[in-house]
Design a protein around this ligand. Structure first.
Ligand SMILES: Nc1ncnc2c1ncn2[C@@H]1O[C@H](COP(=O)(O)OP(=O)(O)OP(=O)(O)O)[C@@H](O)[C@H]1O
Ligand SMILES: [Mg+2]
Length: 329
């Protein structure tokens, strides 16, 4: 339970965060497709406050396929709902394709959801209209975008074909498997050529073989149809197949894993936020007994981080973040 004094402190922290975000807004992520700058989302229900996002920073470039992982309750869906234009942040900046999502009018929000962003939910039943065929589902969002009938039909046939479900064109969702439904959902989300495709655990209800097909469809959406894709997943097989995996912890981006090709071993990076904060993974700090405070040493090409108990002469027992020494790029 949060006391009112704590609430006031939280509120002033947030206005400070927002003011700082305003000051730094100009240059941060200018050329990125998705820019989240110190994003805060607080839910208040029945006198209890939940800080679902606590100053989250994230940049995603156009053309990327990014996986997002994190424990239950870490804020993944909260972020996806904000990026989808379904929810607004409490503070901070969020921009997609140059549009400021925090200040959009209702009409702009509608246009944004129709033209800029597409989304796929975990529950297959939430993605498609049950009384329409796959083809009609894909065509529906295009009806409001001014495309002619012939162009709409051609686009629907193309999408269903590329995603491997041409055989489902005239079937309703209840006549399709879970994996086919999710691929039809991807086709529907792509109908209006969105800049950004969001998928919140799209394979969560599927067995692993079907999940692979659906993930392959997201890869196709990215590589062949040019969509920038952000996919939330608990499936290690998915994060092992993307170049970039971002981990969210306690409402902030904490770690990133980058790999240059599927065969490459993954390289872990900690996110250094704009205030210079760095979250060290427990798996690294615990074995060294690092708690509360660590000792830093500045070297020409890296920074050494040592347990507080180590004396200055006691060198290499700590972890070391070498920019040049360890950077594989
Ligand atoms: N509408 C809401 N009202 C109040 N609290 C909420 C609401 N939605 C989410 N929360 C809380 O915000 C926090 C983040 O929730 P969120 O759904 O973003 O987590 P998640 O990372 O998607 O988790 P999961 O992996 O279980 O889907 C949680 O503590 C959750 O209980
Ligand atoms: Mg979620």
């Amino acid at each position: 339970m949060t006391t009112s004094a704590e609430r006031i402190t939280a509120a002033s922290d947030i206005s400070e965060l927002a003011a700082e975000a305003d000051r730094a807004r100009v240059s941060y992520g200018d050329d990125a497709l998705v820019v989240c700058d110190r994003l805060v989302r607080i839910y208040a229900a029945e006198g209890i406050e939940v800080q679902a996002l606590q100053g989250l920073d994230l940049l995603i470039n156009s053309g990327e396929l990014t996986a997002m992982v994190g424990a239950s309750g870490s804020g993944k869906s909260t972020l996806m709902n904000i990026l989808a234009g379904l929810d607004a942040p409490t503070a901070g900046t969020v921009k997609v394709a140059g549009r400021d999502l925090a200040t959009m009018s209702a009409r702009e929000r509608l246009n944004y959801r129709r033209d800029v962003v597409g989304f796929i939910w975990q529950q297959t039943s939430r993605n498609l209209l049950p009384y329409l065929t796959a083809s009609q589902n894909v065509i529906t969002p295009m009806r409001f975008s001014g495309a002619g009938r012939r162009a709409r039909n051609a686009r629907a046939a193309e999408l269903l074909g590329v995603l491997g479900i041409a055989h489902c064109a005239n079937r309703r969702p209840d006549q399709m498997s879970g994996g086919e439904q999710q691929r039809a959902a991807i086709a529907t989300a792509l109908a209006n050529k969105p800049d950004l495709l969001l998928a919140d655990e799209p394979t969560g209800e599927l067995d692993s073989a079907t999940a692979r097909d659906v993930f392959a469809a997201l890869q196709t959406a990215n590589s062949e149809l040019g969509a920038t894709v952000l996919v939330v997943t608990h499936d290690p097989a998915v994060s092992s197949q993307v170049r970039r995996t971002i981990a969210i912890a306690d409402g902030r981006t904490s770690m990133e894993t980058l790999r240059h090709s599927a065969a490459d071993h993954a390289v872990e990076y900690a996110v250094l936020d704009r205030a210079g904060r760095l979250q060290l993974p427990l798996a690294m700090t615990e074995p060294l007994g690092m708690r509360d405070r660590v000792r830093l040493e500045s070297e020409p090409d890296h920074i050494g981080v040592w347990p507080d108990s180590a004396s200055p002469g006691d060198r290499p027992r700590g972890v070391s973040h070498g920019k040049h020494a360890k950077d594989p790029r």
